[in-house]
Design a protein around this ligand. Structure first.
Ligand code: KMT
Ligand code: NI
Length: 180
């Protein structure tokens, strides 16, 4: 079951894979207002329909746990740190959980972290230009996910500490301020 809530902001490099639930839930329509869409999808026909309707042309699958790094703890930790670093992408992207569990954190317009805890069959649409980050959960430490891309997979992540506002970011900010 999906859970969406404000992050408690008490994360450290040691405990960031814990739930960090502040106890304040966030309704799905609040997420939608900032361009993030959640759907539960348990059959591939429905998934194909979403991809078709939103004009997605590419996809891949990622499995992530210590085993996928052949037990190389430092390589695994580096990947975890990369995904947890605050960043955005210049294209809208879909994440669809096939197995396991993961947390996607997205920034709201007040710069608070909203956390979506996703499990099997949970789908999230991340708009272009939204700051976000990802982590496995301490509970399962494993996820298998499909990543859907509009065009060629654009792997460039623009990290917040670069402070670079591309057209996608400017456009995103425009879309949330005009909706507010
Ligand atoms: C992202 O965009 O940050 C990711 O795709 C994270 C990994 S997907 C399980
Ligand atoms: Ni990302």
């Amino acid at each position: 079951m999906v859970a969406i809530y404000y992050h408690d902001n008490l994360d450290t490099p040691e405990n960031f894979t814990e739930d960090h639930d502040s106890g304040v839930p966030v309704p799905e329509d609040r997420l939608a207002e900032i361009g993030v869409f959640y759907r539960y999808i348990d059959n591939m026909d429905e998934l194909e329909q979403v991809a078709k309707d939103r004009d997605y042309k590419n996809r891949d699958q990622i499995a992530l746990n210590l085993d996928t790094f052949k037990g190389d703890q430092s390589a695994f930790d580096a990947k975890m740190a990369q995904f947890y670093k605050e960043h955005y992408h210049e294209d809208e992207e879909i994440r669809y959980i096939l197995d396991g569990e993961g947390f996607f954190d997205v920034r709201d317009p007040q710069d608070r972290w909203i956390r979506a805890k996703l499990n099997k069959n949970d789908l999230l649409v991340l708009p272009a230009g939204i700051y976000h980050r990802f982590t496995l959960s301490k509970r399962l430490q494993y996820v298998k996910a499909m990543r859907l891309f509009k065009d060629e997979p654009k792997w460039e992540a623009i990290n917040r500490d670069e402070g670079r506002d591309t057209e996608a970011r400017v456009e995103y900010l425009r879309s949330v301020t005009s909706a507010a």
